[in-house]
Design a protein around this ligand. Structure first.
Ligand code: UD1
Ligand code: CA
Length: 453
């Protein structure tokens, strides 16, 4: 089967410089949702019709299996489909989707395609409480589809029809060129309507059949920021429902946002207002506190992520404890049982099993062994103003509070670093590192007094 996605409309009502179909839903362009759904149907040709912002659209969704057709002027949905004709295989049917209708289920499309078979003209329809604005499905006394009439061209009686055209159709491809070429634009909008093709199909012996989606939201399109926000909620509700079905505990299914894929093991708990982006994996028994942001990361079994923790491009082992207010930046690799506490930032660093950095520290460009204790306020000074350097802290080191480690530097196994030390050269294994400092006690010191004005 061929699939053509119409995406040339400009989306005036979005009031945005970004082409409408590139506005993100769940972190992904609307059009990418449609392309991903299309792919699950294994089309032999996949064509996107672009117009407004065509270059940006190509750049955003370009892939080896996607071809583009340009509709330079938006003369209507029939004209749009005609632009794709040279790229289609005429021996198989063509399914037409819209780039701004992101949530149609593949199973629904499959049903439509199956209903039409090789020869039928299939229309995805839905019956709405308020059909205003949509094309109406006109049927004869026997209930057979006769034609589709647009709102603007409909009679009073036709406007009373509640069954509407979602716009999604499947058509035999060989006769399509003739049907499209014969379209006229003598209608209220002066456009070449794809909806008029159904009459030509019926006239030449291709039965018009219909199929319906399981849910109304599958056919909703995005024309405004309001509709975009509504569909975002629909999608997030669906994602939350799927997580609940899979056994994940959500403190509130209305307060989780997944902008990518979230894979959870058994007995995972997620508190309110968490955002998951990219591919995130939470293993068995992971608990995530409120207001966490976790992007492209894997969290090991039994690990607790406390409130307000941010994780990005990081991997965390089992039974670790993060936060509250921890920040794992790209390249943070934490082994099992690591504790990273409040206001601790870890970047491009490996931290070995059971090591702890519980308070107010920066561990960047570092290799930290197992069983290391990093005291409060420890800083790896990784940047010399031009280049980044690594800090190596071997197993069982005790780093006293307020230590600076000036990279590149290596601290040997079992070393103890006294509080407040500036470690600027390598420390041999098993030693105590400290800076000689003097402390004075000045008697009779008088504090400056605040000036009166
Ligand atoms: C269309 C249908 C209408 C249906 C409705 C469902 C026609 C004539 N009417 O109306 O029966 O109820 O969708 O939402 O088909 N597009 C192009 N090039 C164009 C015109 C449109 O690529 O020249 C694309 C748009 O980007 C959009 C889709 O086609 O993705 C639908 O266009 P739109 O103008 O929104 O269609 P409606 O007038 O709402
Ligand atoms: Ca229109």
């Amino acid at each position: 089967m061929n699939i053509v996605i119409l995406a040339a409309g400009m989306g005036k009502r979005m009031h945005s410089a970004l082409p409408k179909v590139l506005h993100p839903l769940a972190g992904k362009p609307l059009l990418s949702h449609v392309i991903d759904t299309a792919r699950t149907l294994s089309p032999t040709r996949l064509v996107v019709v672009v117009g407004h912002g065509g270059e940006a659209v190509r750049e955003a969704v370009g892939a080896p299996d996607v071809q583009f057709a340009l509709q330079a002027e938006q003369l209507g949905t029939g004209h749009a489909l005609a632009q794709a004709l040279p790229l289609l295989d005429t021996t198989v049917p063509t399914l037409v989707l819209y780039g701004d209708v992101p949530l149609t289920r593949a199973a629904t499309l499959r049903r439509l395609v199956d209903a039409a078979g090789r020869n039928g003209y299939g229309i995805l329809t839905v019956t709405l409480a308020d059909p205003t604005g949509y094309g109406r499905i006109v049927r004869d006394a026997a209930g057979e589809v006769v034609r589709i009439v647009e709102q603007k061209d409909a009679s009073e009686e036709e406007r009373g029809i509640a069954e509407i055209n979602t716009g999604i159709v499947v058509t035999p491809t060989a006769p399509l060129a003739g049907w499209l070429a014969a379209l006229k634009n003598d209608n209220a909008q002066g456009e070449y309507y794809l909806t008029d093709v159904v009459q030509a199909a019926i006239a030449s012996g291709h039965p018009a059949v219909t199929a319906q989606p399981a849910d109304e939201w599958e056919t909703l399109g995005v024309n405004s920021k309001q509709q975009l926000a509504e569909l975002e909620r629909v999608h997030q509700r669906n994602v939350a429902a799927a997580l609940l079905v899979a056994g994940v505990t959500l403190a509130d299914p209305a307060r989780i946002d997944v902008r990518g894929s979230l894979t959870c093991g058994r007995d995972v708990f997620i508190d309110v207002n968490c955002v998951f982006e990219g591919d995130v994996t939470l293993a068995d028994g992971v608990s995530v506190g409120p207001n966490c942001v976790i992007r492209s990361a894997s969290i090991g079994a039994g690990t607790r992520v406390d409130a307000y923790t941010h994780v990005e491009n990081a991997a965390v082992g089992a039974n670790a404890v993060l936060g509250p207010y921890a920040r794992l930046r790209p390249g943070a690799q934490l082994a099992d049982e690591v504790h990273v506490g409040n206001f601790v930032e870890v970047k491009n660093a490996n931290i070995g099993r059971g090591s702890k950095a519980n308070h107010l520290s920066y561990v960047g460009d570092a290799d930290v062994g197992a069983g290391v204790n990093i005291g409060a306020g420890t800083i790896t000074c990784n940047y010399d103003g031009a280049n980044k350097h690594r800090t190596v802290i071997e197993d069982n080191v005790f780093v006293g509070s307020g230590t600076q480690l000036v990279a590149p530097v290596r601290v040997g196994r079992g070393v103890t670093i006294a509080a407040g030390t500036t470690v600027w050269k390598d420390v041999p294994e098993g030693t105590l590192a400290l800076n000689e400092k003097t402390q004075f006690a000045k008697p009779g010191y008088v504090r400056p007094a605040k000036k009166k004005n």
